[in-house]
Design a protein around this ligand. Structure first.
Ligand SMILES: C[S@@+](CC[C@H](N)C(=O)[O-])C[C@H]1O[C@@H](n2cnc3c(N)ncnc32)[C@H](O)[C@@H]1O
Ligand SMILES: Nc1nc2[nH]cc(C(=O)O)c2c(=O)[nH]1
Ligand code: SF4
Ligand SMILES: [Mg+2]
Length: 216
């Protein structure tokens, strides 16, 4: 029998705190492990540990919440090959599925019904060289590109990439988010308005509501 299990850090129900469906009640499936080490990472507890779960048991736990929205995150979800059948089975079950990914893995095999939120790693993240620029042509309008910004330098870099790859024409939402506790949200908001950028500003609302604890 083939092993369809995944290493899972947590499955929980909360309000989506980021990206396009912000504020929607959502089930989060957090996969364990990540090959990157972004300086600001708020999910380091997902680097190790976790529990092996079969696909069937993940789907059963998710269904118990009777959700409309599912967010598959991590860690880096695409680092586990069995993430691909998980995404497909969640879509087959009728959920609206989003995937949070660093884009450091090939995107081409992830189910195209999923809204892929691809985070391009900035210079100050410390993981700039992990960006797979070849993922960009694979993006569809319902996917999302995200920049988590730590400084003015990161902002200038993101503005340049926005233009270089015509990102706002490629996907419906390009997200600019401050690195939590590092870049003042209001500062980023002012820069975006001053430059009239075609992006969506976002703050991680779950941290305003519940702090930085796991499980929210
Ligand atoms: C924890 S990561 C998991 C998915 C994937 N590894 C990635 O980086 O996209 C989910 C999202 O949270 C963002 N994130 C992590 N730490 C953050 C922080 N301190 N402030 C703002 N966003 C953060 C990441 O950049 C990413 O967009
Ligand atoms: N409420 C809430 N929304 C989220 N959206 C993306 C998250 C993540 O950690 O990837 C996340 C999270 O950890 N909590
Ligand atoms: S890629 Fe995502 S999970 Fe991995 S270290 Fe960076 S923010 Fe954290
Ligand atoms: Mg989080």
């Amino acid at each position: 029998m083939t092993d369809d299990s995944l290493r899972i850090t947590e499955i929980f129900y909360s309000l989506q705190g980021e990206a396009r469906t912000l504020g929607r009640p959502t089930v989060f499936v957090r996969l364990t492990g990540c090959p990157l080490r972004c300086h600001y990472c708020d999910s380091e507890y997902a680097f190790h540990g976790g529990e092996r779960m079969t696909l069937a048991s993940i789907l059963e736990q998710v269904a118990g919440y009777q959700p409309q929205y599912i967010c598959v995150t991590g860690g880096e979800p695409l680092a586990q090959p069995n993430c691909l059948p998980l995404l497909t089975q969640l879509c087959d079950a009728g959920y609206s599925v989003s995937l949070e990914t660093s884009g450091a893995m090939p995107l081409d095999e992830a189910d195209t019904r999923v809204s892929r939120v691809m985070d391009l790693k900035t210079p100050d993240s410390g993981e700039l060289d992990k960006n797979r620029w070849e993922n960009i042509p694979l993006l569809q309008p319902h996917d999302q590109v995200k920049f988590v910004l730590c400084s003015r330098g990161d902002y200038e870099w993101a503005k340049f990439k926005l233009d270089e790859y015509r990102l706002a024409e490629r996907v419906d939402d390009v997200l600019f988010s401050p690195s939590f506790g590092q870049l003042e949200p209001r500062q980023l908001a002012d820069w975006i308005v001053e430059d009239n950028l075609p992006v969506r500003f976002q703050i991680q609302i779950h941290k305003l509501l519940w702090g930085d604890a796991p499980g929210y």
